[in-house]
Design a protein around this ligand. Sequence first.
Ligand SMILES: C[S@@+](CC[C@H](N)C(=O)[O-])C[C@H]1O[C@@H](n2cnc3c(N)ncnc32)[C@H](O)[C@@H]1O
Ligand code: SF4
Ligand code: SF4
Length: 456
Amino acid sequence: MNVAAPLVGGRLPDGLERFDIGHADYTALIDPDTAFWALLRQGEPEGLDALIRQWQDQRGDFAREMEMLRFGLKPSAVYFNPTERCNLDCSYCYIPREMRRSGEHMSPERLMEAMARLEEYFARTMPEGRKPQIIFHGAEPLLNRDAMFAAIDAYGDRFRFGVQTNATLLDDKTAAFLMERGCGIGLSLDAPEEAIATRSRKRWTGEGVFASTLAAIERLKGYAGFNVICTMNRENLGQLVPMVEFLHEREVPACMLNVVRCTQPGGRSSWAEDEAVAKPYLAALERTHQLFRETGRKLVVANFANILISILAPTARRLMCDISPCGGGRSFFALAPDGSLFPCSEFIGLPSFAGGNLFTDRIEDVLDSPAFKLVTGRKVEDIRACSTCPVRHFCGSPCPAEAHEANGGMDKIGAYCGFYLDQARYAFRLIADGIEGDYLWDGWDEGTEPAFSFGC
Ligand SMILES: C[S@@+](CC[C@H](N)C(=O)[O-])C[C@H]1O[C@@H](n2cnc3c(N)ncnc32)[C@H](O)[C@@H]1O
Ligand code: SF4
Ligand code: SF4
C-alpha cells in the first residue's frame, strides 16, 4: 500500500520521480512503472531511506499487480446496442448521423440469441459466482424497449443490467420496471439551464429535451442505482458548478463529468482547450465537496472517483478509460445491432474496428482479431509524449479512438493531456490533505460495487 512519508532533499534512485502537485507542503514521489507513490513533506528529509527501502521491497508486488491489471484481465461487461437509431441529434455524438437517423433495431429474436451467445461465452471465462454486466447503450436503447426488457426478464438472474438513455422515453412504467429489477440507470444532461442544455442535446427538429430529462430525474429520486452523465463541451463549461448544485439538490447520487471525445467530426467541433475544461471541472469537484460538508450528502463524480481510486488502490478501479491499454476489447467490448463486435462503443462508427460478428464468430477469436489488437495493444510506453510521464498509469493517455481518428494513430496522444495532469495533481492534493474519502462513495474500499460504474 502506498504511504505518506517525509521529504527528500537529494537525488532519487532511478525509477522514482518527483511530481509537483501544487501543494504548499507536499510533493509526490512516484514510480511511474509500478504506480507506487508517496507524499513527501517539503523540507523534512528524514525517512527517505526507509521509504526507498520500502519501495525496493514492494516494487515486485506493485509491478505484478500492474501487469495483471494491464494485461491479465478478461471481459466482464458488454456495451450492448439494441438499436442504431436515436430520436435525438446531439451535436457531438460519436454514433454517425445516418446510423442514428435511419439505422436498424435488433429484432427481439436476435436480441435473445445474442444474450444466449454471451451467456455461453461468459460461462467459459468468468469466475464462478461473478455475474457479467450488460449495459444497454446506443444510440437510444429505449427505442427498442420491449426486446430489451424481455432479455432483462429472461436473464436477470445471470447478468447485472444497466441502461444508458437520453431519458426521453423513460416514463413511469419504464422507470418502475428498471428499478424493480435493480438495473443501473444512466441519464444524460449537459446543463441545468435549458437553453444551454439544448445547445448540445436536441431532437432532429432542434427542439430541446430538458423537461423530459428533468422529469426522469424526479422519477428516479431515491434510487441508488442511477447517475447523470454531463458531457463537457465548449457550450457548457460555464455551467459545471451550477450543474453539480442542480444534481445535488435533486439528490442524484452520482454523476460523470466526461470530456467530449473528438473521434467524430461532431465531437471535434465541440472540443475545448485543456485549461478551459480543467478549471471549471476542478471548481465543480470543489463544489461537490462543499455541498457534502454542508449537507452530509455526497454527489460522487464517478470519473474523478475512479482516478482517485486508481491512485489509492489501482486494482479497485471500476472504469477502464484511464489506464493503458484501456478497457476496450479486454475488460469490456461493444455489440452493434447487426452483431458486429467493437472494442468499445466509441469505435462503432468506424467499420474497420469491427473485429468479427457475435452471430458467426467465437468471441475469443474476435478478442484476438487485428482490429481489437490495435486497441488492446495501445500502451503509454509506446506514445512518445507519455512514455516519460509520471502519471502515465493514472491517465493512460485516453482515448485510442480519438488518438486514431483525430490525431493520426494509436501511437499518438489523446486530446486532453493537460486536463489529465491537472486532475492527477488535484487528486494528490486531496490525499495530502486527507480528504479524498469525501469524494468517494462509501464502502469503496470494502469491495462494495457502486451501482453506477458504467461508461467512461
Ligand atoms: C452515445 S450516448 C448513448 C445513450 C443515450 N442515447 C444517451 O444519450 O445517454 C451515451 C453517452 O455518450 C455521450 N457522448 C456522445 N458522444 C460523445 C462524445 N463525442 N464524447 C463524449 N461523450 C459522448 C452522451 O452524452 C451520452 O451521455
Ligand atoms: S448522445 Fe445519445 S441521445 Fe444524443 S444523439 Fe447520441 S445516442 Fe442520441
Ligand atoms: S496524456 Fe499527458 S498526462 Fe496522460 S499519460 Fe500522456 S503525458 Fe501523461
